[in-house]
Design a protein around this ligand. Sequence first.
Ligand code: NAD
Ligand code: DAU
Length: 343
Amino acid sequence: MTILVTGGAGFIGANFIYYEQEKHPEDRIVCLDKLTYAGNLSTLEAAMKHPNFRFVRADICDVEAVNALFAEEKPDIVVNFAAESHVDRSIEDPGIFLRTNIIGTQVLMDASLKHGVKRYHQVSTDEVYGDLPLDRPDLFFTESTPLKTSSPYSSSKAGADLLVNAYHRTYGLPTTLSRCSNNYGPYQFPEKLIPLMIANALADKPLPVYGEGLNVRDWLYVEDHCKAIDLIIRHGKVGEVYNIGGHNEMKNIDIVRLICAALGKSEDLIVHVSDRKGHDMRYAIDPTKIHSELGWLPETKFADGIQKTIRWYLDNRAWWENIISGEYRNYYDKMYGERLGRQ
Ligand code: NAD
Ligand code: DAU
Protein backbone atom coordinates (compact mmCIF):
# COMPACT_ATOMS: atom_id res chain seq x y z
CA MET A 1 0.00 0.00 0.00
CA THR A 2 1.21 3.55 -0.75
CA ILE A 3 0.43 6.37 1.66
CA LEU A 4 0.94 9.95 0.52
CA VAL A 5 1.75 12.13 3.53
CA THR A 6 1.60 15.86 2.84
CA GLY A 7 3.37 18.23 5.24
CA GLY A 8 5.57 15.38 6.46
CA ALA A 9 8.60 17.62 7.03
CA GLY A 10 6.67 19.41 9.79
CA PHE A 11 6.10 18.44 13.40
CA ILE A 12 3.18 15.98 13.39
CA GLY A 13 3.62 14.77 9.81
CA ALA A 14 7.23 13.71 10.51
CA ASN A 15 6.25 11.95 13.72
CA PHE A 16 3.51 10.18 11.73
CA ILE A 17 6.02 9.02 9.10
CA TYR A 18 8.25 7.55 11.82
CA TYR A 19 5.24 5.88 13.45
CA GLU A 20 4.16 4.30 10.14
CA GLN A 21 7.68 3.14 9.25
CA GLU A 22 7.91 1.40 12.60
CA LYS A 23 4.38 -0.04 12.66
CA HIS A 24 3.86 -0.85 8.96
CA PRO A 25 7.33 -1.12 7.36
CA GLU A 26 5.75 -2.91 4.38
CA ASP A 27 3.86 0.24 3.32
CA ARG A 28 5.42 2.77 0.97
CA ILE A 29 5.42 6.35 2.26
CA VAL A 30 5.66 9.25 -0.13
CA CYS A 31 6.08 12.62 1.56
CA LEU A 32 5.08 15.77 -0.30
CA ASP A 33 6.16 19.00 1.38
CA LYS A 34 6.84 22.54 0.19
CA LEU A 35 9.49 23.05 2.90
CA THR A 36 8.14 26.37 4.12
CA TYR A 37 9.78 27.96 7.18
CA ALA A 38 8.08 25.19 9.23
CA GLY A 39 9.33 22.28 7.14
CA ASN A 40 12.73 20.85 7.88
CA LEU A 41 14.34 18.16 5.78
CA SER A 42 16.80 17.28 8.55
CA THR A 43 13.79 16.05 10.55
CA LEU A 44 13.36 13.30 7.95
CA GLU A 45 17.02 12.28 7.81
CA ALA A 46 16.41 8.85 9.40
CA ALA A 47 13.19 8.29 7.39
CA MET A 48 15.12 8.78 4.15
CA LYS A 49 17.18 5.67 4.92
CA HIS A 50 14.06 3.51 4.74
CA PRO A 51 13.80 1.69 1.37
CA ASN A 52 10.03 2.35 1.19
CA PHE A 53 10.29 6.13 1.47
CA ARG A 54 10.36 8.98 -1.03
CA PHE A 55 10.46 12.74 -0.45
CA VAL A 56 9.11 15.19 -3.03
CA ARG A 57 9.32 18.95 -2.64
CA ALA A 58 6.12 20.52 -3.97
CA ASP A 59 3.28 22.86 -3.05
CA ILE A 60 -0.11 21.22 -2.40
CA CYS A 61 -1.67 24.16 -4.30
CA ASP A 62 0.31 23.30 -7.44
CA VAL A 63 -2.28 21.38 -9.51
CA GLU A 64 0.22 20.15 -12.08
CA ALA A 65 2.84 18.93 -9.60
CA VAL A 66 0.20 17.25 -7.42
CA ASN A 67 -1.42 15.44 -10.36
CA ALA A 68 1.93 14.32 -11.74
CA LEU A 69 2.82 12.80 -8.38
CA PHE A 70 -0.57 11.07 -8.03
CA ALA A 71 -0.23 9.66 -11.57
CA GLU A 72 3.24 8.34 -10.81
CA GLU A 73 2.74 7.00 -7.27
CA LYS A 74 -0.96 6.03 -7.38
CA PRO A 75 -1.43 6.48 -3.61
CA ASP A 76 -4.02 4.31 -1.89
CA ILE A 77 -4.33 6.71 1.03
CA VAL A 78 -3.69 10.45 1.32
CA VAL A 79 -3.12 12.00 4.76
CA ASN A 80 -3.08 15.78 4.58
CA PHE A 81 -1.01 17.41 7.33
CA ALA A 82 0.25 20.25 5.10
CA ALA A 83 -0.91 23.56 6.49
CA GLU A 84 0.04 26.91 7.83
CA SER A 85 -0.37 26.04 11.49
CA HIS A 86 0.53 28.98 13.74
CA VAL A 87 -2.31 31.15 15.08
CA ASP A 88 -0.11 34.22 15.74
CA ARG A 89 1.15 34.23 12.15
CA SER A 90 -2.43 33.97 10.85
CA ILE A 91 -3.31 37.14 12.77
CA GLU A 92 -0.42 38.97 11.07
CA ASP A 93 -0.98 37.60 7.55
CA PRO A 94 -4.15 35.57 6.86
CA GLY A 95 -3.77 35.26 3.05
CA ILE A 96 -1.32 32.35 2.97
CA PHE A 97 -3.52 30.46 5.47
CA LEU A 98 -6.52 30.63 3.14
CA ARG A 99 -4.41 29.58 0.15
CA THR A 100 -2.62 26.61 1.70
CA ASN A 101 -5.26 25.38 4.11
CA ILE A 102 -8.34 25.71 1.86
CA ILE A 103 -7.17 25.76 -1.77
CA GLY A 104 -4.46 23.19 -1.05
CA THR A 105 -7.09 20.84 0.40
CA GLN A 106 -9.26 21.31 -2.69
CA VAL A 107 -6.33 20.52 -5.03
CA LEU A 108 -5.49 17.35 -3.08
CA MET A 109 -9.12 16.19 -3.05
CA ASP A 110 -9.55 16.84 -6.80
CA ALA A 111 -6.44 14.74 -7.45
CA SER A 112 -7.72 12.05 -5.06
CA LEU A 113 -11.00 11.84 -6.99
CA LYS A 114 -9.28 11.83 -10.37
CA HIS A 115 -6.81 9.10 -9.41
CA GLY A 116 -9.23 6.90 -7.45
CA VAL A 117 -7.67 7.27 -3.98
CA LYS A 118 -9.27 4.82 -1.53
CA ARG A 119 -9.11 7.14 1.47
CA TYR A 120 -8.52 10.86 1.82
CA HIS A 121 -7.82 11.83 5.44
CA GLN A 122 -7.87 15.47 6.53
CA VAL A 123 -5.92 16.38 9.68
CA SER A 124 -7.91 19.11 11.36
CA THR A 125 -7.96 20.75 14.76
CA ASP A 126 -10.14 21.27 17.83
CA GLU A 127 -9.80 25.02 17.19
CA VAL A 128 -12.60 24.79 14.61
CA TYR A 129 -15.04 24.52 17.55
CA GLY A 130 -13.98 27.89 18.98
CA ASP A 131 -13.48 27.98 22.73
CA LEU A 132 -15.20 27.01 25.97
CA PRO A 133 -15.66 29.19 29.06
CA LEU A 134 -13.30 28.64 31.99
CA ASP A 135 -16.19 28.45 34.47
CA ARG A 136 -17.89 25.48 32.73
CA PRO A 137 -15.51 22.53 33.26
CA ASP A 138 -18.44 20.22 32.43
CA LEU A 139 -18.41 21.28 28.75
CA PHE A 140 -16.37 19.45 26.06
CA PHE A 141 -16.14 19.52 22.27
CA THR A 142 -17.92 16.58 20.64
CA GLU A 143 -18.06 15.83 16.91
CA SER A 144 -21.46 17.56 16.74
CA THR A 145 -20.35 20.79 18.45
CA PRO A 146 -21.01 23.59 15.93
CA LEU A 147 -18.01 25.15 14.17
CA LYS A 148 -17.39 28.63 15.61
CA THR A 149 -13.91 29.89 14.84
CA SER A 150 -11.88 32.72 16.36
CA SER A 151 -8.70 33.20 14.29
CA PRO A 152 -7.91 33.29 10.58
CA TYR A 153 -6.03 30.01 11.18
CA SER A 154 -8.99 28.17 12.69
CA SER A 155 -11.35 29.69 10.10
CA SER A 156 -9.18 28.39 7.28
CA LYS A 157 -9.12 24.93 8.88
CA ALA A 158 -12.91 25.00 9.32
CA GLY A 159 -13.29 26.06 5.66
CA ALA A 160 -11.26 23.02 4.64
CA ASP A 161 -13.33 20.75 6.91
CA LEU A 162 -16.56 21.91 5.27
CA LEU A 163 -15.04 21.29 1.86
CA VAL A 164 -14.04 17.76 2.89
CA ASN A 165 -17.64 17.02 3.91
CA ALA A 166 -18.86 18.49 0.61
CA TYR A 167 -16.47 16.32 -1.45
CA HIS A 168 -17.71 13.26 0.38
CA ARG A 169 -21.40 14.04 -0.04
CA THR A 170 -21.30 15.56 -3.55
CA TYR A 171 -18.65 13.47 -5.29
CA GLY A 172 -18.50 10.41 -3.05
CA LEU A 173 -14.84 10.92 -2.12
CA PRO A 174 -14.04 8.40 0.65
CA THR A 175 -12.99 10.87 3.34
CA THR A 176 -12.29 10.84 7.05
CA LEU A 177 -11.52 13.84 9.20
CA SER A 178 -9.88 14.15 12.61
CA ARG A 179 -9.85 17.09 15.02
CA CYS A 180 -7.10 16.91 17.60
CA SER A 181 -6.17 19.03 20.58
CA ASN A 182 -2.73 20.61 21.22
CA ASN A 183 0.20 18.29 20.48
CA TYR A 184 3.65 18.35 22.05
CA GLY A 185 6.76 16.24 21.54
CA PRO A 186 9.91 15.97 19.41
CA TYR A 187 10.42 18.15 16.29
CA GLN A 188 7.88 20.84 17.21
CA PHE A 189 8.87 24.17 15.73
CA PRO A 190 10.09 26.53 18.48
CA GLU A 191 7.44 29.18 17.78
CA LYS A 192 4.87 27.03 19.67
CA LEU A 193 4.41 27.37 23.44
CA ILE A 194 6.29 24.35 24.82
CA PRO A 195 9.44 24.36 22.62
CA LEU A 196 9.61 28.16 22.74
CA MET A 197 9.61 28.13 26.53
CA ILE A 198 12.20 25.33 26.68
CA ALA A 199 14.53 27.14 24.26
CA ASN A 200 14.16 30.51 26.01
CA ALA A 201 14.58 29.04 29.49
CA LEU A 202 17.77 27.25 28.42
CA ALA A 203 19.12 30.59 27.16
CA ASP A 204 17.92 32.42 30.32
CA LYS A 205 15.74 34.59 28.08
CA PRO A 206 12.32 36.00 29.14
CA LEU A 207 9.39 33.56 28.96
CA PRO A 208 6.58 35.53 27.28
CA VAL A 209 3.22 34.42 28.70
CA TYR A 210 0.25 35.99 26.91
CA GLY A 211 -2.03 37.85 29.35
CA GLU A 212 -2.39 36.17 32.72
CA GLY A 213 -1.60 32.72 31.32
CA LEU A 214 -4.94 31.29 32.48
CA ASN A 215 -5.94 29.96 29.06
CA VAL A 216 -6.40 26.21 29.04
CA ARG A 217 -5.19 23.77 26.37
CA ASP A 218 -5.79 19.98 26.24
CA TRP A 219 -2.29 18.54 25.65
CA LEU A 220 -1.63 15.27 23.83
CA TYR A 221 1.72 13.58 23.21
CA VAL A 222 2.27 13.58 19.44
CA GLU A 223 2.72 9.81 19.16
CA ASP A 224 -0.77 9.29 20.56
CA HIS A 225 -2.13 11.56 17.81
CA CYS A 226 -0.22 9.54 15.19
CA LYS A 227 -1.63 6.30 16.58
CA ALA A 228 -5.17 7.71 16.35
CA ILE A 229 -4.72 8.74 12.71
CA ASP A 230 -3.27 5.32 11.89
CA LEU A 231 -6.40 3.69 13.35
CA ILE A 232 -8.76 6.06 11.52
CA ILE A 233 -7.21 5.58 8.08
CA ARG A 234 -7.24 1.79 8.44
CA HIS A 235 -10.43 1.17 10.44
CA GLY A 236 -12.40 4.44 10.60
CA LYS A 237 -15.76 4.83 8.88
CA VAL A 238 -15.82 6.75 5.62
CA GLY A 239 -17.53 10.15 5.86
CA GLU A 240 -16.96 10.39 9.63
CA VAL A 241 -15.32 12.97 11.89
CA TYR A 242 -13.25 11.82 14.91
CA ASN A 243 -12.19 14.04 17.82
CA ILE A 244 -8.80 13.20 19.35
CA GLY A 245 -7.76 14.29 22.84
CA GLY A 246 -6.63 12.82 26.12
CA HIS A 247 -8.45 14.81 28.83
CA ASN A 248 -5.29 16.60 29.84
CA GLU A 249 -6.28 20.22 30.39
CA MET A 250 -3.63 22.59 31.69
CA LYS A 251 -3.27 26.35 32.13
CA ASN A 252 -0.46 27.94 30.11
CA ILE A 253 1.14 29.41 33.21
CA ASP A 254 1.32 25.99 34.86
CA ILE A 255 3.07 24.54 31.80
CA VAL A 256 5.65 27.34 31.86
CA ARG A 257 6.23 26.89 35.60
CA LEU A 258 6.67 23.17 35.09
CA ILE A 259 9.29 23.78 32.38
CA CYS A 260 11.15 26.20 34.69
CA ALA A 261 11.18 23.58 37.45
CA ALA A 262 12.30 20.77 35.14
CA LEU A 263 15.21 22.85 33.83
CA GLY A 264 16.14 24.28 37.23
CA LYS A 265 15.36 27.83 36.08
CA SER A 266 13.86 30.65 38.12
CA GLU A 267 10.21 31.62 37.55
CA ASP A 268 11.51 35.21 37.51
CA LEU A 269 12.11 34.61 33.80
CA ILE A 270 8.32 34.65 33.26
CA VAL A 271 7.07 37.92 31.73
CA HIS A 272 3.36 38.58 31.22
CA VAL A 273 3.06 40.23 27.80
CA SER A 274 0.12 41.64 25.81
CA ASP A 275 -2.49 39.04 24.99
CA ARG A 276 -3.07 37.32 21.63
CA LYS A 277 -5.94 39.02 19.74
CA GLY A 278 -9.14 36.94 19.97
CA HIS A 279 -7.34 34.51 22.31
CA ASP A 280 -9.36 31.31 22.85
CA MET A 281 -9.89 30.59 26.57
CA ARG A 282 -10.25 26.83 26.80
CA TYR A 283 -10.12 23.79 24.55
CA ALA A 284 -11.31 20.40 25.80
CA ILE A 285 -12.01 17.33 23.68
CA ASP A 286 -14.51 14.57 24.36
CA PRO A 287 -12.81 11.52 22.76
CA THR A 288 -15.66 9.05 23.48
CA LYS A 289 -16.31 8.29 19.80
CA ILE A 290 -12.77 7.29 18.81
CA HIS A 291 -12.45 5.30 22.03
CA SER A 292 -15.68 3.36 21.61
CA GLU A 293 -15.44 2.84 17.81
CA LEU A 294 -11.72 2.28 17.36
CA GLY A 295 -10.49 1.46 20.85
CA TRP A 296 -8.10 4.42 20.92
CA LEU A 297 -6.79 5.68 24.24
CA PRO A 298 -3.77 7.92 24.86
CA GLU A 299 -0.77 5.99 26.16
CA THR A 300 1.61 8.71 27.31
CA LYS A 301 0.75 10.56 30.52
CA PHE A 302 1.58 14.27 30.47
CA ALA A 303 4.04 13.93 33.37
CA ASP A 304 6.09 11.44 31.31
CA GLY A 305 5.55 13.06 27.91
CA ILE A 306 6.76 16.49 29.02
CA GLN A 307 9.92 15.01 30.58
CA LYS A 308 10.59 13.03 27.36
CA THR A 309 10.03 16.19 25.33
CA ILE A 310 12.35 18.32 27.45
CA ARG A 311 14.97 15.54 27.23
CA TRP A 312 14.60 15.51 23.44
CA TYR A 313 15.19 19.27 23.18
CA LEU A 314 18.24 18.93 25.45
CA ASP A 315 19.62 16.07 23.35
CA ASN A 316 18.86 17.65 19.98
CA ARG A 317 20.05 21.22 20.43
CA ALA A 318 21.49 21.42 16.91
CA TRP A 319 18.02 20.81 15.41
CA TRP A 320 16.36 23.81 17.06
CA GLU A 321 19.40 26.07 17.49
CA ASN A 322 19.75 25.97 13.73
CA ILE A 323 16.15 27.20 13.38
CA ILE A 324 16.52 29.89 16.01
CA SER A 325 19.68 31.29 14.44
CA GLY A 326 18.10 31.55 10.96
CA GLU A 327 15.14 33.29 9.35
CA TYR A 328 12.96 32.57 12.42
CA ARG A 329 14.90 35.23 14.32
CA ASN A 330 13.24 37.99 12.29
CA TYR A 331 9.83 36.56 13.18
CA TYR A 332 10.72 36.37 16.87
CA ASP A 333 11.97 39.97 16.95
CA LYS A 334 8.83 41.15 15.14
CA MET A 335 6.36 39.22 17.34
CA TYR A 336 8.01 39.64 20.72
CA GLY A 337 10.22 42.77 20.34
CA GLU A 338 7.54 45.24 21.43
CA ARG A 339 5.82 42.84 23.81
CA LEU A 340 9.07 42.38 25.73
CA GLY A 341 10.25 45.98 25.37
CA ARG A 342 13.10 44.63 23.18
CA GLN A 343 14.82 42.96 26.14
P1 NAD B 1 3.86 22.42 11.09
O1 NAD B 1 3.69 23.88 10.86
O2 NAD B 1 4.92 21.94 12.03
O3 NAD B 1 4.16 21.69 9.68
C1 NAD B 1 3.46 22.01 8.52
C2 NAD B 1 4.18 21.35 7.34
O4 NAD B 1 3.42 21.63 6.16
C3 NAD B 1 5.59 21.89 7.10
O5 NAD B 1 6.48 20.83 6.84
C4 NAD B 1 5.44 22.77 5.87
O6 NAD B 1 6.62 22.86 5.08
C5 NAD B 1 4.31 22.06 5.13
N1 NAD B 1 3.57 22.97 4.22
C6 NAD B 1 3.07 24.19 4.52
N2 NAD B 1 2.49 24.72 3.43
C7 NAD B 1 2.60 23.79 2.44
C8 NAD B 1 2.18 23.74 1.08
N3 NAD B 1 1.52 24.78 0.51
N4 NAD B 1 2.45 22.64 0.36
C9 NAD B 1 3.13 21.59 0.91
N5 NAD B 1 3.56 21.59 2.18
C10 NAD B 1 3.30 22.68 2.94
O7 NAD B 1 2.43 21.88 11.51
P2 NAD B 1 2.03 20.75 12.57
O8 NAD B 1 1.98 21.34 13.92
O9 NAD B 1 2.83 19.54 12.29
O10 NAD B 1 0.51 20.49 12.12
C11 NAD B 1 0.20 19.54 11.10
C12 NAD B 1 -1.29 19.53 10.86
O11 NAD B 1 -1.96 19.17 12.07
C13 NAD B 1 -1.88 20.87 10.46
O12 NAD B 1 -2.86 20.64 9.50
C14 NAD B 1 -2.49 21.43 11.73
O13 NAD B 1 -3.58 22.26 11.44
C15 NAD B 1 -2.93 20.16 12.41
N6 NAD B 1 -2.97 20.17 13.88
C16 NAD B 1 -1.90 20.59 14.61
C17 NAD B 1 -1.93 20.53 16.00
C18 NAD B 1 -0.76 20.96 16.85
O14 NAD B 1 -0.88 21.00 18.08
N7 NAD B 1 0.40 21.27 16.29
C19 NAD B 1 -3.07 20.03 16.64
C20 NAD B 1 -4.17 19.62 15.87
C21 NAD B 1 -4.09 19.68 14.49
O1 DAU C 1 -5.53 23.04 19.54
C1 DAU C 1 -4.82 22.62 18.41
C2 DAU C 1 -3.94 23.75 17.91
O2 DAU C 1 -2.88 23.88 18.86
C3 DAU C 1 -3.40 23.51 16.51
O3 DAU C 1 -4.47 23.50 15.61
C4 DAU C 1 -2.39 24.59 16.12
O4 DAU C 1 -1.81 24.30 14.87
C5 DAU C 1 -1.31 24.65 17.18
O5 DAU C 1 -0.41 25.70 16.88
C6 DAU C 1 -1.93 24.87 18.56
O6 DAU C 1 -2.52 26.18 18.66
P1 DAU C 1 -2.36 27.10 19.98
O7 DAU C 1 -2.59 28.49 19.60
O8 DAU C 1 -3.15 26.55 21.12
O9 DAU C 1 -0.80 26.79 20.32
P2 DAU C 1 0.41 27.76 20.73
O10 DAU C 1 1.55 26.86 21.08
O11 DAU C 1 0.66 28.84 19.75
O12 DAU C 1 -0.12 28.42 22.07
C7 DAU C 1 -0.55 27.63 23.18
C8 DAU C 1 -1.05 28.57 24.25
O13 DAU C 1 0.07 29.30 24.78
C9 DAU C 1 -2.02 29.63 23.75
O14 DAU C 1 -3.00 29.87 24.74
C10 DAU C 1 -1.16 30.87 23.55
C11 DAU C 1 -0.10 30.72 24.61
N1 DAU C 1 1.24 31.30 24.28
C12 DAU C 1 1.82 30.91 23.12
C13 DAU C 1 3.06 31.41 22.75
C14 DAU C 1 3.71 31.01 21.45
C15 DAU C 1 1.88 32.14 25.17
O15 DAU C 1 1.36 32.46 26.26
N2 DAU C 1 3.12 32.63 24.83
C16 DAU C 1 3.72 32.31 23.66
O16 DAU C 1 4.85 32.83 23.38
